[in-house]
Design a protein around this ligand. Structure first.
Ligand SMILES: [Zn+2]
Length: 687
């Protein structure tokens, strides 16, 4: 897509050389380095990792390598403790068991159980089991006459999945005194398969650390919402920070959760609340616990490493590639697999540059910090360079975890979905065949498991419903730039625990580092295509049809009332966009294939294509969450994807005038997009 015939052959040659330069052995070496010490955001070892990346990038030949510092509200554990005081005594271990086969698990620098942005405090109170800690769970408790006010709420991580910060907000709103979140073996332990060190699932003592920042309201440093935490920046008082939780929280292994659960003697919990432990789960009873958490919230410095390869022809058009370097402990999968894939990819780009092959557009590489604490490094960087990014950023390609298994998962804003599909056709899957074939096959298996009967096709294999939870958020939702997210996944039950390490990767995740290597290739080739194309491979035809789909899903929302909100105008506008962009695409394809588009014409079309995504940006943001400005994509508070966020939330809260107003905004955006497509078409027809 986007290459004139003469350039397509050159590009193909360049990609072949690029792919051949990637070595899985070198990725293993990088991975060993990144997984050698625990390096949570703000720690000394995390800073050392940032310095290592900067030094390597300079050696590799990247240009303008700098480390950007952000002074952010910190969150570090000073001490945590939990005891059951009734009906019998039990002191929680809050530590993960070391194993002889894996010396990394014996490292005394591994932290105990803690939650980022837990409040400090001490409480002794009855414990209530609240299933997943979602609002409907509290409704059920209420029906059983159980009020969780001033109690300690014990919830499990994912049945169904919701972001732990959402559980914290739900518990805080219920007036709970504290929140304990534990990993149930039904979700990531022995009920799934063999546990570490014999298998990929979480063992008895594994602890899923994590932050509970309310980053679904505003990500990044809670005291600089919407602007960068550069040293000396203005900060708001902590009590005005909407993303700052006000609840004591602690994560637990099921080893520590079981004594609390099995000593309850109240009403038996419903069937779907029963977990994988060999006990009867109850709602409440005579269990009383004493919990104490002391946190240090003094300012911490986070470090984002930035490097680039300046474009030979269009230095002010940027393709950005990013991964975070902070990890709860070693981060074998999350994020070190991605960091290792990135380092080998940047090395290949550096080699290319040394051979005199400079891409036409600028490649910018960023190694983020503090992703785990609220998407902080990428958010602050995106806010710092917002004006430049709004006009220069062609696309952002995010790889958080690159590999926890063999199943490829590709996500993209609708306008980049077709080019992502096309790119996978030119890569080999380590399991045989093309990555494209392997992707369609694994997606079909996944759909079958989820009882989704839609056949997998090129038109629906890309995940275009992009929620939050990683570093693409600021670029998509705040800046309105197109994004791509790439990952290989598989059976993985040690997320955010000490066992997510080098041993795990070498025994279960990707022992030969072949999928890591495929990721380095795919990530690099995708960026190369965006950086080299004559006409940017941004396709808005697909957007028209996906918006139609989003509208029909909105009509199926149980809160939707056709008498109160008419969507006909929105459907019509989406259809018009589909038709106009379809025509533009056809004209563009023909013009590119003819090889007759001159440089000036391509440049002017690219300028217009770059403006396309911004039509879906609402400067004042979606109601109640002004930081989130994209009107097609957002995330629910649970982190689940949410399409047409402003209209949907207005419909769900029964605010029909707002729903109407937001629908008019959508129609306006679609109309502007259609006009843009027609402008491109007219410029082609004029020739
Ligand atoms: Zn991550």
């Amino acid at each position: 897509m986007g290459f004139a015939p003469a350039h397509a052959a050159e590009e193909s040659k360049l990609e072949t050389q690029f792919k051949a330069a990637i070595s899985s052995d070198r990725i293993r070496d990088y991975h060993r380095y990144f997984t050698s010490t625990p390096h949570p955001a703000g720690s000394k070892s995390d800073y050392e990792v940032a310095q290592y990346i900067a030094t390597e990038w300079k050696k590799q030949g990247l240009e303008d390598v700098v480390i950007r510092q952000y002074d952010v509200l910190g969150t570090r554990p000073v001490s945590t403790s939990l005891e059951m005081v009734a009906p019998r005594k039990y002191t929680a271990v809050l530590r993960e068991r070391p194993y002889d086969v894996d010396p990394d698990t014996q490292n005394p620098d591994v932290a105990s159980a803690w939650i980022g942005f837990s409040s400090s405090g001490e409480v002794t109170a009855p414990v209530v089991y609240a299933h997943s800690g979602n609002p409907e769970d509290y409704d059920l408790l209420r029906r059983h006459g159980i009020d969780v006010k001033d109690k300690i709420v014990l919830v499990r991580y994912s049945n169904p999945y919701s972001y732990r910060g959402f559980k914290a907000l739900a518990a805080q709103r219920m007036g709970a005194a504290a929140l304990l979140i534990y990993s149930d073996p039904a979700e990531d332990g022995y009920k799934k398969g063999k546990v570490f060190p014999d298998g990929p699932w979480g063992p008895e003592s594994h602890i899923q650390r994590g932050a509970i920042t309310y980053d679904f309201m505003v990500p990044g440093d809670p005291v600089t919402p919407g602007w960068a935490s550069v040293p000396g920046a203005k900060r708001i008082p902590e009590n005005e920070a909407v993303s700052l939780p006000h609840i004591i929280a602690l994560p637990l292994s099921w080893h520590d959760a079981q004594p609390l659960l099995e000593n309850m003697d109240g009403a038996v919990a419903p069937k779907d609340w029963q977990g994988g432990l060999p006990i009867t789960y109850r709602l409440s009873g005579s269990v009383v616990a004493h919990l104490k958490v002391e946190m240090d919230n003094s300012t911490q410095a986070y470090y984002v490493v930035e490097g680039r390869i300046k474009g030979s022809e269009f230095p002010d058009e940027w393709v950005l590639l990013g991964n975070h370097h902070d990890a709860w402990e070693y981060g074998g999968v999350d994020p070190s697999s991605g960091t290792a894939s990135m380092m080998e990819m940047t090395r290949a780009f550096g080699t290319m540059l040394k051979e005199g092959k400079r891409p036409r557009r600028t490649l910018v590489f960023c190694s983020w910090d503090g992703e785990e604490v609220g998407l902080t490094g990428s958010t602050e960087w995106g806010e710092q360079f917002a004006d430049e990014l709004r006009t220069k950023l062609v696309a952002y390609i995010n790889v958080d975890s690159s590999t926890s298994g063999h199943n490829f998962e590709g996500g993209a804003s609708g306008s980049l979905a077709p080019m992502l599909v096309e790119t996978t056709r030119t890569l080999q899957d380590p399991g045989g065949g093309t990555l494209h074939d392997a992707w369609l096959k694994s997606a079909a298996v996944e759909r079958k498991e989820e009882h989704d009967r839609r056949p997998v096709t090129d038109a629906n294999v890309v995940n275009i419903r992009i929620g939050s939870g990683s570093d693409h958020t600021v670029f998509l939702n705040f800046l309105g730039r197109p994004v791509i997210t790439l990952e290989f996944d598989g059976p993985y039950g040690v997320y955010h625990s000490v066992y997510d390490d080098y041993y795990w990767m070498n025994h279960f995740g990707d022992p030969g580092y072949r999928y890591h290597a495929t990721m380095s290739q795919l990530w690099g080739v995708t960026a190369l295509r965006l950086a080299q194309a004559d006409v940017l491979p941004i396709n808005f035809e697909f957007y028209g049809s996906t918006i139609n789909q989003f509208l029909s899903e909105l009509e199926k929302n149980k809160h939707y009332d056709a008498a109160k909100l008419k969507l006909a105008a929105a459907y019509k506008a989406a259809k018009e966009l589909e038709a106009a962009s379809g025509k533009t695409e056809a004209l563009l394809e023909a013009a590119i294939a003819s090889g007759k588009l001159d440089a000036a014409q391509s440049a002017s079309i690219n300028g217009l294509l770059m403006k396309g995504e911004a039509n879906f940006i609402l400067p004042e943001g979606i109601p109640g969450r002004p930081w989130f400005k994209h009107i097609l994509y957002s995330a629910r508070y649970t982190y689940a994807h949410l399409e047409l966020p402003a209209i949907t939330e207005a419909v769900e809260s029964g605010n029909w005038p707002e729903a109407q107003h937001q629908t008019e905004i959508l129609v306006k955006a679609l109309t502007a997009e259609t006009a843009l497509m027609k402008e491109i078409a007219a410029s082609l027809e004029a020739k």
